[in-house]
Write a protein of this length. Structure first.
Length: 316
């Protein structure tokens, strides 16, 4: 049916240019027009990110805990971590850094949309009938452009999430202090693993999702899958993609964090961070924080889809 196909399309397009952390605006090739699609997608992203912000902050805090820095284990799991965050600053502490996460939606989405349309025209033999792999190529390149353009906000989000209360007075103060004490280049720490992570996540997620969709259609010809079946396919493909790309996300976060007050520079780059993490924390050290990341995935996409569809109707 049209409704179930729309859900397929939403999940498929939302995951094309993502590293597995946020629900992004779908490919705006719909009848509602790009402006309404961007506005509806921006609202959906803002709501879904805010609702799942507590899990996102805990994930970042777990990612930056390193034996190399001789840190005591302040956060040991999901329940203990959530309790500890609340003790430190009440309910507001769950949303530290979320303002930046919401603020970057508009420029990131607009940049991605423009870049995607540009690369689609160049790469696709028939832009009106794009294959899965053409969409992956155009989407990945658009992801590289948009991620690079808003990356200073990414590092600001991480710094605000892990900094003790009072270190930064807000987004502007954080950016100013990074430039003043660490130099402009510090605004792009961790960019390489961020860009490298786009392709394996999007490739695995999209390929697996398409395979599951085709398998269901083959086994159940003529019948439309339920919403739960669609969300199950999306959750499984997204989980697999995250397992592949998550170590790159962890390395990105550690590189973003180093250099700030209380966190010395211990990694010379992406490869060194991988080596040091494996040496001091083992293979599973590369997956610190993946628990809360999984917990936020399904509610983020589900909430994002509901808000996206309803806001489109209101805007029309």
């Amino acid at each position: 049916s049209l409704k179930t196909q729309e859900i397929f399309n939403f999940w498929e397009k939302a995951s094309v240019t993502n590293i597995g952390e946020d629900v992004l605006v779908p490919d705006p090739r719909m009848s509602h027009g790009p402006l309404i699609t961007l506005m509806a997608g921006g609202l959906a992203g803002a709501v879904s990110r805010t609702v799942t912000a507590p899990f996102d902050r805990l994930k970042v805090l777990l990612q930056v805990q390193s034996k190399l820095l001789n840190q005591s284990k302040q956060y040991t799991g999901i329940v203990q971590g959530m309790t500890q965050i609340y003790k430190e600053g009440g309910w507001r502490a769950y949303f530290r850094g979320n303002g930046t996460n919401v603020l970057k939606i508009a420029p990131e989405s607009a940049m991605k949309f423009c870049a995607y349309e540009f690369f689609k025209e160049i790469l696709c033999s028939d832009p009106k009938h794009i294959s899965v792999w053409e969409r992956l190529a155009a989407g990945s390149m658009a992801g590289v452009v948009s991620q690079t353009s808003i990356y200073p906000l990414e590092i600001t989000k991480t710094r605000l999430a892990i900094a003790p209360p009072g270190q930064y007075r807000g987004i502007g103060d954080c950016l100013r202090k990074i430039i003043k004490y660490e130099g402009p280049r510090a605004l792009y720490r961790g960019l390489t693993p961020s860009l490298v992570g786009i392709i394996p996540y999007a490739g695995v997620d999209l390929a697996m999702y398409s395979t599951l969709k085709d398998w269901y259609s083959l086994k159940n010809p003529g019948s439309s899958p339920s919403v739960f079946t669609l969300l199950g396919c999306g959750a499984l493909s997204s989980t697999t993609g995250q397992l592949v790309a998550y170590p790159l996300a962890l390395v990105r976060t550690r590189l973003q964090a180093q250099g700030m007050k209380g966190t010395p520079i211990v990694y010379s780059g992406m490869i060194d961070c991988f080596k040091q993490t494996l040496k001091y924390e083992g293979f599973f050290g590369l997956y610190k924080g993946i628990g809360p990341n999984f917990l936020k995935a399904l509610p983020a996409v589900s909430i994002g889809y509901v808000i996206y569809e309803n806001s489109k109707k209101l805007l029309n």
